[in-house]
Design a protein around this ligand. Structure first.
Ligand SMILES: *[C@@H]1O[C@H](CO)[C@@H](O)[C@H](O)[C@H]1NC(C)=O
Ligand SMILES: *[C@@H]1O[C@H](CO)[C@@H](O)[C@H](O)[C@H]1NC(C)=O
Ligand SMILES: *[C@@H]1O[C@H](CO)[C@@H](O)[C@H](O)[C@H]1NC(C)=O
Length: 300
């Protein structure tokens, strides 16, 4: 019993003295950042503090529980696809930084670097975050070209490749914000990226719409514009009625005024002839009972 306690105590003493490790340090920032589809560096540099010449014996890089790179007895034993030492001279430089040659969304997570040298060993942990930018959005309208008046127009603005669900805003050429009328659908693809599709239904469309794509952090990442090929029936009607005016209305006005002129002339002539007959007609008119000659009221 006593020996067991003694043994435990000894282990404790040994491990605590070992964990001091003032001879070796690992310079490993706790946060790293990578971009989807690009190379990412996870920095971790071993340093012998007393300046003595140190030899790396073993290195293990783990992502979560999975080993992605391993050196045993100074020899590179395994490298997972897409992972390698960032510095080809890692042995000399003691630069045990990890390089991801083509960063994927699934590479995001906790990493652990363990380095054993002849002066001791050290472990460091770091986190890698990965972001991805939305590609330039594509736009289309269901109705295509030659959109007739009084038909609803449905516009789409689709963006692919974001790291989280972002948002899409809509504006017309006058700067009016149509976003409240739109509907956004976000979907996750098998590579861990997100696609956005925003649908905007318009009752009385304007001629040019712009959509802006924002990432989840509110930063604009893309923009696209679409000109609608409106057939503009009302515009055509205006033009046709203009033609009608020129072709029919003007001649009608001329003919009409000619008729009116003719009537006026006829009236004046009659009045003149009546005035000439007035002396004989006056007594008849003054008694007021005599019916007026119908001749005068005949509609010419
Ligand atoms: C370690 O190697 C990487 C890749 O070559 C380099 O970017 C980094 O600066 C090196 N760090 C040091 C301290 O040498
Ligand atoms: C956008 O997505 C919608 C729905 O998935 C689809 O109907 C439309 O054709 C897409 N438009 C473009 C330009 O990809
Ligand atoms: C539509 O409007 C946007 C912004 O006002 C402009 O940048 C774009 O060139 C216009 N597109 C067309 C085809 O007129």
């Amino acid at each position: 019993m006593a020996s067991v306690v003694y043994c435990l105590l000894l282990t404790c003493l040994i491990s605590s003295s070992k964990s001091v490790e003032e001879f070796l340090s690992l310079d490993c920032p706790t946060e790293h950042h990578g971009v989807y589809g690009q190379r990412s560096l996870v920095k971790c540099i071993a340093k012998a503090n007393m300046g003595e010449i140190t030899t790396i014996k073993h290195v293990t890089w783990k992502k979560g529980a999975e080993r992605v790179l391993m050196v045993t007895a100074g020899k590179l034993e395994m490298e997972k696809d897409g992972f390698q030492f960032a510095d080809p001279d890692w042995k000399v430089n003691m630069n045990t930084s990890l390089l991801l040659t083509n960063t994927k969304m699934s590479d995001m997570g906790e990493y652990e670097c363990m380095v054993w040298t002849d002066v001791g060993h050290k472990t460091a942990k770091t986190h890698l975050s990965v972001t991805a930018k939305y590609q330039t959005p594509t736009m289309n309208s269901i109705q295509g070209e030659n959109i007739k008046d009084n038909t609803d127009v449905t516009l789409f603005c689709n963006a692919t490749g974001g790291d989280q669900i972002g948002s899409i805003q809509w504006f017309d050429e006058f700067g009016t914000n149509w976003t409240p009328n739109s509907e956004l659908v976000g979907s996750k693809t098998e590579n861990g990226l997100f696609n956005l599709s925003s649908r905007l239904v318009l009752k009385d469309p304007s001629s040019n719409y712009t959509c802006l794509v924002f990432n989840a952090r509110g930063v604009q990442e893309g923009k696209a514009s679409l000109s609608l090929q409106l057939m503009s029936m009302s515009g055509r009607d205006d033009q046709t009625s203009g033609d009608l005016h020129a072709r029919y209305v003007a001649p009608l006005v001329i003919i009409g005024s000619l008729i009116v002129g003719l009537l006026v002339t006829v009236l004046i002539c009659r009045r003149r002839s009546r005035k000439a007959r007035r002396p004989s007609a006056a007594p008849l008119m003054s008694d007021g009972h005599h019916p007026v000659t119908t001749e005068e009221y005949v509609d010419p």
